[in-house]
Design a protein around this ligand. Structure first.
Ligand code: BG6
Length: 496
């Protein structure tokens, strides 16, 4: 970890009036302040295209924080201290003059807040502006990399495919360098994702079992109840594969499957993650047909409310072929995981919101109990990422009483119950890590590159093949083909 002790900085948010800033970034800043983690030398400048004053922006920021902070009661003294450090600037992202003025404004703020030229540029804008803003920051001499530091935080999607990601990466790293480029995958900021490494490598009981000798299969699911909401335009060109698998799902896979890193430095951890991405089996035409399932939600009635199908959503084509669900069976081809299938599934408009990693252990030999009790449950280790954070182990025990029944029970660590509202939210942690200069929780270029290679391989083979869609009802567990994928292997999804 390359901790930087001087956190003083100005956070400059491009996209300051957008949804992400209001729902996540501003509340994260307040939460950091509340937790005593926001540096004393700090200012925030939001850039947007709306014509509003500093005071109007501060008012909106207050409302957003009130609505979305994990602290339900806003401490007015803390807020006042933040409010006076928040500024709003209006300009178009292609307007060079705007950057010039911004630059001198930031220099002035340095004097008022003692922020020492340190900048954190956050690109919370549509991806078509990433390159443009990066270039302007460079042209106007806003990236100096001398005694002060300038870092770039870039939201997903990082490219539309491998080739566009490469182009973008070249431009950005020419200006900021890999070390100062922070590619967001907000799943890496989730509490349980960080616990995963601790669970695996800080306990002696799990690691010896974490391999093909003891594990039957691993299921990684992330389901959402919401549809595409107002993002139809973006989603039509993305679909679940690029929206969720290329980043979040592959990140969960790498952290679950990787070897222990040499140490806890970001480069050692990233190296191990990349090895997993490089060990993913090839996506052959047979695999595409058999092991990768696509789905799209159709309309339905839930609680007497009509839920639109994907094709009826705003900015979505009536014949759209875009997948809102994907299930994949994958193998990590290395010594540890030989023969162990990883089943990955993600979808919108599913029955419940849940992200879980489930480790299913092998069945016991068929001599003693398995003979007598045919449906003896498998041992499961469940890592609940959200909404319930925690880890539980499901195992069999004898039902108390005279009869000889075996029942499954759970040894449960419910993090949400024990540490409610104390758990920092993903963006809060991520912002803090960037101020600290630690990029462990951000995706390295190598990871992005290998993830895109994998995903491009699938999407190019899918091509424009027409499917019979929609194929699952909103509010369900996805298309029946996803169940059949596991049934063929005599397994089933654990819809816990
Ligand atoms: C985003 C996707 O990256 O992750 C969204 O673009 C998705 O489509 C979201 O809804 C899910 O995040 P979370 O934290 O709610 O699981």
């Amino acid at each position: 970890m390359n901790f930087n002790t001087d956190l003083s900085c100005i956070l400059v948010i491009f996209g300051g009036t957008g949804d992400l800033t209001h729902r996540k970034l501003l509340p994260a800043i307040y939460n950091l302040k509340h937790s005593g983690k926001l540096p004393d030398n700090f200012a925030l400048v939001s850039i947007g295209r709306k014509d509003i004053s500093n005071d109007e922006y501060r008012e909106q920021a207050y409302k957003s924080i009130k609505n979305s902070s994990r602290f339900k009661i806003i401490d007015e003294t803390l807020w006042e201290d933040i409010a006076k450090r928040i500024y709003y600037k209006k300009f178009e992202f292609h307007d060079s003059l705007g950057y010039k003025e911004l630059n001198s404004f930031l220099d002035k703020l340095d004097n008022s807040y003692n922020t020492k030229g340190n900048r954190l540029f956050y690109l919370a804008v549509a991806p078509e502006y990433f390159s443009l803003i990066n270039d302007e920051l460079y042209k106007q001499g806003m990236v100096k990399n001398e005694a002060s530091w300038q870092r770039l935080i870039i939201e997903k999607p990082f490219g539309r495919d491998l080739s566009s990601a490469r182009k973008l990466n070249k431009k950005i790293t020419e200006v900021f360098g890999e070390a100062n480029t922070y590619r967001i995958d907000h799943y890496l900021g989730k509490e349980m994702i960080q616990s995963l490494m601790v669970l695996r490598f800080a306990n002696s009981i799990f690691e010896p079992l974490w391999n093909s000798k003891y594990i039957d299969n691993i299921q990684i699911s992330s389901s959402e109840t919401v549809g595409v909401e107002n993002r139809g335009g973006y989603y039509e060109n993305s679909g679940a594969l690029k929206d969720m698998v290329q980043n979040h799902m592959l990140q969960l896979l790498t952290l679950t499957a990787m070897e222990a890193p040499v140490d806890l430095s970001s480069s050692s951890i990233r190296d191990e993650k990349v090895k997993i991405l490089r060990s993913l089996e090839d996506i052959t035409p047979e695999k595409i047909k058999q092991d990768i399932i696509r789905g799209q939600y159709g309309e339905s009635m839930i609680d007497n409310k009509r839920i639109l199908g994907y094709r009826q959503e705003d900015k979505v084509s009536l014949n759209s072929n875009t997948e809102t669900f994907v299930a994949l069976k994958l193998h990590v081809e290395n010594y540890r995981w030989a023969g162990v299938p990883f089943y990955i599934r993600t979808g919108k408009r599913m029955k419940k919101k849940s992200t879980e990693i489930i480790i299913q252990f092998k069945s016991i030999p068929k001599f003693l109990y398995s003979k007598e009790f045919d449906n003896l449950n498998s041992n499961l280790l469940v890592i609940g990422v959200q909404p319930r954070e925690g880890i539980y182990l499901k195992f069999n025990t004898k039902k108390p009483g005279t009869e000889n029944f075996i029942i499954p029970v759970e040894m449960d660590f419910c993090q949400t119950c024990q540490f409610e509202s104390n758990t920092p939210e993903a963006y809060e942690r991520l912002l803090f890590e960037v101020m600290n200069g630690d990029n462990t929780l951000f995706t390295s270029w190598d990871e992005v590159e290998y993830s895109w290679k994998f995903v491009d391989n699938i999407s190019s083979q899918w091509g424009s093949e027409k499917l019979s869609l929609p194929n699952y009802e909103s509010g369900s567990f996805g298309p029946k083909e996803a169940d059949e994928l596991l049934l063929r292997d005599n397994r089933h999804w654990w819809n816990l």
